[in-house]
Design a protein around this ligand. Structure first.
Ligand code: UD1
Ligand code: MG
Length: 476
């Protein structure tokens, strides 16, 4: 059977007290209308129409391609809104209508109501629910004894007895296509000057047409988010679902209640997320990471095995095995290479920290590139155990390097000195690995070094971490 789905999103949403159209208020970081459209799209309808009106440009921008837009210039009610979709709708067997302010509906429930409607051959099928508090919703009036649906009565028009009815309309309807388009014009104007889609139930009944109802078991799926207290309920439910999804996919959320994962985020298995953590926007997190506690990651890509603790990461990239924090801030354009480390109270903005590079306490790096902490130079041996110095110098020149770090010491240094290849010799005890254009070279310590170095070697002891920072002569 062919299916047209129409999502209504033209209203302003006065009860939100907002400049933003109601359907643009976000749930889990995404305008609520997108959830309604995605639920409709999941049914793979032949035709997907979105009725826009109030601040239509904003809504179009948020929803993007892949739907047919129809404009309702004046918001004269839900029946009037559907009528605007007449031409775009074309020919189908079933028309499914849903509301942009009902974003928690699950595709599976939509499938069920559509197949129930098609099986019964009804002219109209309404999706109903039994919420704890029916106030504000259209009430479902059933025929005593037979349970047949007679009418939907809006809150404003309901008698006290009707207000006591606990079954309400979700606003989600299935219509037999031909019947709908023949009868939309029959909807009477309400005292408030609106054309209610819900009036079609009584119209069908008066014609002797079959009207059926399908009740969704979980009333949360169809709460209409038209004021901010309900918006918060919707938000909580959406986040609960998102968290549940990631836990089932292998992510540990130590405290799901304080873990806020937006709808656009992806997380790899065996990652552990500690409390009070916000993952926002188009964030991608790899496998086996440790994130949080107290961390915000926004629109960033984090590789496998990374750690971020008590930090803020925005529009940044962290490659595999890198880590940030505590109290770090990666800002737009920050890029930590594989295994790089940014320690406490560090900030990086529009800068790259090369693989393995370490940036410690109270440090800032902006608009810069820091090279790798180690770059292996493959230098040939002149004789067993002896470096070919001219080959090394050739390599260094080729790469435009004038300084190298020689890690762990070695005869090389004394030979450099003896052969007059070095201008100066600096010895540093801390591995000062920051600075582009440096490479390190690991050599076996060779006896005799201490003697050779003695003139420059008074104040330092040779330990495992000692690095030789050499200035090479431009021309030997
Ligand atoms: C509507 C139903 C009510 C139901 C409730 C469920 C009607 C008359 N009432 O009431 O029976 O219980 O939803 O949530 O249908 N819209 C337009 N153009 C308009 C008016 C509305 O596109 O002219 C859109 C809104 O943007 C919104 C949706 O239709 O997404 C529903 O409108 P809303 O004003 O929220 O109707 P409710 O009062 O909630
Ligand atoms: Mg509503």
């Amino acid at each position: 059977m062919s299916l047209t789905t129409i999502v209504l999103a033209a209203g302003q949403g006065v009860r939100m007290n907002s400049e933003l159209p109601k359907v643009m208020h976000p749930l889990a970081g995404r305008p609520m209308v997108r959830f309604a459209v995605d639920a409709a799209r999941a049914l793979e309808p032949d035709n997907l129409i979105l009725v826009v009106g109030y601040r239509a440009d904003l809504v179009r921008q948020a929803v993007g391609e892949g739907v047919a837009y129809v404009t309702q210039e004046e918001q004269l009610g839900t029946g009037h809104a559907v009528q605007q979709a007449r031409t775009a709708s074309g020919q189908a067997d079933t028309v499914l209508v849903l509301y942009g302010d009902t974003p928690l509906i699950r595709p599976d429930s939509l499938r069920q109501v559509v197949s129930y409607h098609e099986d019964t051959g009804a002219a109209v099928t309404v999706l109903t629910s039994r919420p704890p508090d029916p106030t504000g919703y259209g009430r479902i009036v059933r025929e005593p004894g037979t349970d047949a649906v007679l009418a939907i009565v809006e809150e404003n028009d309901a008698t006290p007895e009707q207000k006591a009815i606990d079954e309400v309309s979700s606003g989600i309807f299935c219509f037999r296509d031909d019947w709908l388009w023949r009868n939309l014009a029959e909807i009477p104007k309400s005292p408030a000057g609106e054309y209610y889609l819900t009036s079609l139930v009584a119209i069908a009944r008066a014609q002797g047409e079959l009207v059926t109802a399908w009740t969704v078991p979980d009333p949360l799926e169809v709460i209409g988010l038209d004021q901010r207290v309900k918006l918060a309920l919707g938000e909580a439910e959406m986040r609960r679902r998102i968290n549940e999804r990631w836990m089932l996919e292998g992510v540990t959320l130590v405290h799901p209640e304080t873990t806020y994962v937006e709808a656009g985020v992806r997380i790899g298995a065996d990652t552990v997320i500690w409390p009070n953590t916000l993952l926002q926007g188009q964030t991608r997190i790899g496998r086996e990471c440790t994130i949080g506690p107290g961390t915000v990651i926004r629109d960033s890509t984090i590789g496998d095995g990374c750690r971020v603790e008590l930090s803020v990461v925005e529009q940044a990239i962290m490659e595999e095995g890198s880590d940030v924090g505590p109290f770090g801030h990666l800002r737009k354009g920050a890029h930590l290479g594989k295994g790089a480390h940014m320690g406490n109270f560090g900030e990086v903005k529009n800068a790259t920290l090369g693989p393995g590079a370490k940036m410690g306490h109270f440090s800032y790096l902006g608009d810069a590139t820091v090279g790798a902490s180690h770059e292996e130079l493959n230098v040939p041996w002149a004789a067993p155990g002896e470096l070919d110095l001219s080959a090394l110098l050739g390599l260094l020149r080729e790469r435009g390097l004038r300084r190298i770090l020689v890690e762990g010491g070695g005869l090389t240094v004394s030979r450099f000195l003896q052969q007059g290849l070095l201008d100066r010799l600096h010895v540093t005890v801390a591995p000062m690995l920051i600075g582009s254009g440096r490479a390190s070279l690991t050599l076996d310590p060779i006896a005799g070094l201490a003697d050779a170095l003695r003139p420059a070697w008074r104040r330092f002891t040779l330990g495992e971490d000692v690095l030789f920072d050499l200035d090479l002569r431009a021309e030997p």
